[in-house]
Design a protein around this ligand. Structure first.
Ligand SMILES: Cc1cc2nc3c(=O)[nH]c(=O)nc-3n(C[C@H](O)[C@H](O)[C@H](O)COP(=O)(O)OP(=O)(O)OC[C@H]3O[C@@H](n4cnc5c(N)ncnc54)[C@H](O)[C@@H]3O)c2cc1C
Length: 387
């Protein structure tokens, strides 16, 4: 039977990074991906520039296909636009994942596409991974397995409790022939009538193409997105839908336990997503990078204990734990505001306030809201601080 030091399930952002760093540490790393290529999962493909810095790649037209400078956020009545700063890109995400996977291969990792993991068994300080290679069964022995296999993670379902793991439905069209005011700006539309407990996004990919999608709690995502498109004929009157895709986004915050003996979870599988925005590329890349590094070292040291592997969790928590918790608080609070209140909030807060709210609120900055709408300001502060 084939054996390795570190087996990684899933070639999403977390998996391609974990395979790279584990191999870089000198471990024999194997990346198992059920699809023939990475990047089949739908994604709006928006990132801030620092994501590529953390991935340790330079932006290239091969995968960073549209440069973005800032976002425009619309309140429920769309009367006020809030400009939010930040430089970034819309990716060709499959192309980026392919570049990162090939980098892992160059570092010595084995890339096994078309392999679906069906179950994992822990025995005598090792794990045994069983699955199908096309229609043929395969088994792989490993000292450590890293589950980077997304929301439906096999490893998570078998070995981790994932209490409070919560997903929302996201639905997206890849559209052509759109007429957007400014293709260098993301557009975000909030409001419970448009997108209950979520938002609609327009992420321009250049040349009149865009990822247009919605994330909502509960059902009806497609109907709500269709209505939004119909109600915005200036942008979409001549547009065509090239492709539609749906997938869940975990927005309940990190799961409590995502490391155990011989095992780690990364990315969506562990709930490592910014809850208010649903952004998970950055967090997943970083989690994979740290997990692969620690797994590679631990495998070489011959110590695959929970204590040793927890170094990954400690490092991730230091970087992202508080941000994810604060953002979850902000999400839970915003769900409680009515559309009328959200109109007022977007009218009086500036872009920086909103960026801070996405990562946890800083009430001291919301001076204009406090002066003009003291009762609403108190409600904002109370909800954010007490949730
Ligand atoms: C519609 C939508 C839009 C989004 N937009 C953005 C955005 O603009 N910006 C952003 O930052 N985030 C966005 N996200 C979130 C982001 O896509 C995820 O957080 C991120 O991709 C998670 O990475 P991951 O590596 O944990 O898992 P995934 O990207 O889900 O990758 C998991 C991989 O594991 C493979 N796999 C699963 N099960 C098995 C198995 N049993 N055997 C073998 N392989 C398996 C899958 O095929 C897949 O390749 C969006 C999500 C959705 C659904």
């Amino acid at each position: 039977m084939e054996t390795c030091d570190v087996a990684i399930i899933g070639a999403g952002p977390a998996g391609v990074m974990a395979a790279w760093t584990a191999a870089r540490e000198g471990a024999r790393a194997v990346l198992l991906e059920r699809e023939a290529h990475p990047g089949r999962k739908p994604c709006a493909e928006g990132i801030l520039s620092e994501v590529l810095e953390d991935a340790e790649v330079s932006p290239s037209p091969e995968f960073a296909i549209n440069h973005i400078s800032g976002a425009v956020l619309y309140g429920p009545d769309e009367k006020k636009r809030v400009n939010v700063g930040g430089e970034g890109y819309i990716l060709d995400k499959p192309a980026l994942l392919n570049v990162l996977a090939e980098r892992a291969r160059d570092a010595g990792a084995m890339l096994e596409y078309g392999r679906t993991v069906e179950n994992v068994v822990r025995e005598d300080g090792h794990v045994l991974i069983n699955g199908k290679d096309g229609s043929e069964p395969f088994s792989l022995g490993a000292r450590i397995v890293i589950g980077c296999d997304g929301t439906g993670s096999i490893l998570a379902r078998q070995f981790f409790q994932r209490k409070r793991y919560q997903v929302i439905a996201a639905f997206q069209y890849a559209m052509t022939n759109c007429r957007l005011e400014d293709e260098s700006k993301l557009e975000i539309f909030i409001g419970h009538n448009k997108a209950p407990a979520g938002y609609v996004w327009i992420f321009p990919k250049g040349n009149r193409t865009a990822n247009v999608g919605i994330g909502v709690k509960g059902s009806g995502a497609k109907q709500l997105l269709d209505r939004f498109i119909q109600e915005h004929p200036a942008a979409f009157g001549e547009a065509a839908i090239e492709r539609s895709q749906a997938a869940p986004v975990p927005v309940g915050g990190e799961v409590d336990d995502y490391v155990s003996e011989n095992m780690m979870l990364c990315g969506d599988a562990a709930g490592q997503v910014i809850p208010l925005t649903g952004a998970g590329i950055h967090t997943s890349l970083v989690a994979g990078k740290l997990a692969g590094e620690e797994a590679g070292k631990a495998a070489k040291e011959g110590d695959t204990s929970l204590r040793r592997l927890s170094a990954y969790k400690d490092r991730f928590e230091t970087l992202w734990g508080e941000k994810i918790r604060n953002s979850l608080k902000a999400l839970e609070s915003f769900e409680r505001f009515s559309d009328d209140e959200l109109n007022v909030i977007t009218e009086y807060l500036d872009g920086q306030d909103l960026v801070e709210m996405a990562h946890g609120f800083s009430p001291s900055r919301a001076v204009s809201l406090l002066v003009k709408h003291p009762i609403l300001a108190i409600k904002v502060a109370h909800q954010l601080l007490s949730s």
